[in-house]
Design a protein around this ligand. Structure first.
Ligand code: 9WN
Length: 430
């Protein structure tokens, strides 16, 4: 089974390869997405390191002069996706790439630990180090961008200003934010709902909110300080910050292996320890037994547990005591016998919807993150359960975007032949 699955996963990746970068899925997502590219490079690293490197080189070629890496790079003029480059207008920002059009927002900073995984997987360490040598400073610049522009309280935690920046687009926690915004009823033509059953995607009203935040950011020329002041959406996300911290750790290790970067290491270390403390004092909630999202507008934690709540395990953020509490929450709320791990949203909550996008289904990238975290803390059985559930889901249903966690309702949803599902499955099978 293993060899056959790897063969099929490679086919998915090869079909989505555009000769320089990889699309997440045909039709539905026809451009290059930032965190997708990172996960995709992990898959390539196992069988074609040149492609892994090229994928990241292309993405980093679209980096802005201030270190910002956009969430979508629009390499072509596809009209199968909305909103496209004409809507986003990245060049409103004076430091935006002149070469590529993109969005004016980011996605979770996975690239540091992706480079590290490539190093660990590579057989020829000296060749991979020479490639990493030419990529690592760009990723470092991206971390500096975050800390210098998005850590507005100097606490080692960065904000996101849009739900698309979280990667977990329509998670129920954002439901509390939408009523605080007075979003217009826009007229626009959705494309996603022509590729996928609309009941598995966000609603029209949710898209109004998504567009409204972008309109506000555009009015301010995508200026970070102005966004921090005016965006109705401003959140410290435990997944996003855990990815940044995990990537800090990876960059520190890689600079060490490259035998350079003394100043860079010192900078990352100081931000890192501040960030770990803030994650544990500000984002960990004793009552929920989980890390939560902090809403900087209402100045309070959003009371919802999701798969993002467990991502800090991957970055070594929790103390042993907090890690045990997280595992208790994961087991009790997400892990009963009737469920596969790991739902993207608390299955015991009334807002849980097992079929709808980020409101419940299992996503393989989140499973990969949770698996790595559980393994890191020595929760071997639970880690293995997450790994096995992921593999079985793909083996039984195919390389879909998301999956039903209910054992008596086996199903797969969203886009098919989805790149990161294929790429991370290759990694989980090794
Ligand atoms: C908006 C590409 C992306 C993922 C996100 C996922 C989905 C886009 C969309 O697809 O978001 O960025 O149009 O729905 O939520 O995590 O990176 O695969």
């Amino acid at each position: 089974m293993k060899e056959n699955l790897i063969k099929k996963a490679i086919e998915v990746l090869e079909n989505n390869w555009q000769g320089g970068f990889t699309i997440p899925a045909q039709g539905l997502y026809p451009f290059q997405w930032k965190w997708d590219s990172g996960f995709i490079a992990v898959g390539y690293a196992h069988y074609d390191m040149q492609k892994a490197i090229k994928e990241l080189e292309t993405l980093l070629d679209a980096q802005w002069d201030n270190g910002f890496i956009p969430h979508i790079v629009f390499h072509n003029d596809s009209d199968t996706y909305f909103p496209g480059p004409d809507f986003h207008q990245s060049r409103l920002h004076p430091k935006a790439s002149k070469k590529y059009r993109s969005t004016g927002m980011v996605q979770p900073p996975v690239l540091g630990f992706v480079l590290e995984r490539m190093y660990d997987v590579a057989e020829d360490k000296s060749t991979i180090l020479s490639h990493l040598d030419s990529l690592i400073d760009k990723v470092y610049d991206n971390h500096v961008y975050f800390y210098e522009n998005r850590d507005i309280h100097n606490e080692g935690l960065v904000y996101i200003y849009h739900n698309w920046e979280s990667g977990t687009d329509n998670s129920p926690m954002w439901d509390d934010i939408w009523p605080t915004m007075d979003s217009p009823d826009y007229e626009f033509e959705r494309r996603d709902t022509t590729h996928v059953d609309p009941s598995q995607r966000p609603t029209k009203r949710e898209y109004d909110h998504y567009l409204h935040i972008i309109e506000i950011a555009k009015q301010h020329g995508y200026d970070d300080a102005k966004i921090a002041e005016h965006s109705p959406f401003l959140v410290q996300d435990p997944l996003f910050n855990a990815m940044l911290l995990r990537s800090n750790e990876a960059l520190i290790r890689l600079y060490g292996l490259l035998n350079r970067g003394v100043d860079e290491i010192a900078y990352l270390r100081s931000k890192h320890s501040l960030g770990i403390d803030s994650m544990n004092t500000k984002l960990f909630d004793e009552n929920s037994g989980a890390y939560l999202h902090f809403d900087l507008r209402s100045n309070k934690l959003l009371p919802y547990i999701s798969s993002s709540s467990f991502a800090p395990l991957h970055a070594g953020i929790p103390t042993k005591e907090i890690a045990s509490k997280l595992v208790e929450t994961l087991t009790n709320k997400f892990g009963d016998k009737g469920k596969l791990l790991c739902a993207s949203f608390d299955p015991t909550h009334e807002k849980f919807n097992p079929k709808k996008y980020w409101r419940g289904p299992i996503w393989i990238n989140m499973n990969w993150i949770v698996f790595q975290g559980l393994k890191r803390y020595g929760f071997k059985d639970l880690a293995e359960r997450v790994r096995k559930d992921s593999i079985e889901l793909v083996a039984n249903h195919g390389f879909y975007e998301y999956f039903d966690c209910r054992k008596n309702h086996p199903n797969a949803y969203g886009g098919n032949n989805f790149s990161w599902t294929a790429a991370l499955l290759i990694d989980l099978l090794h």
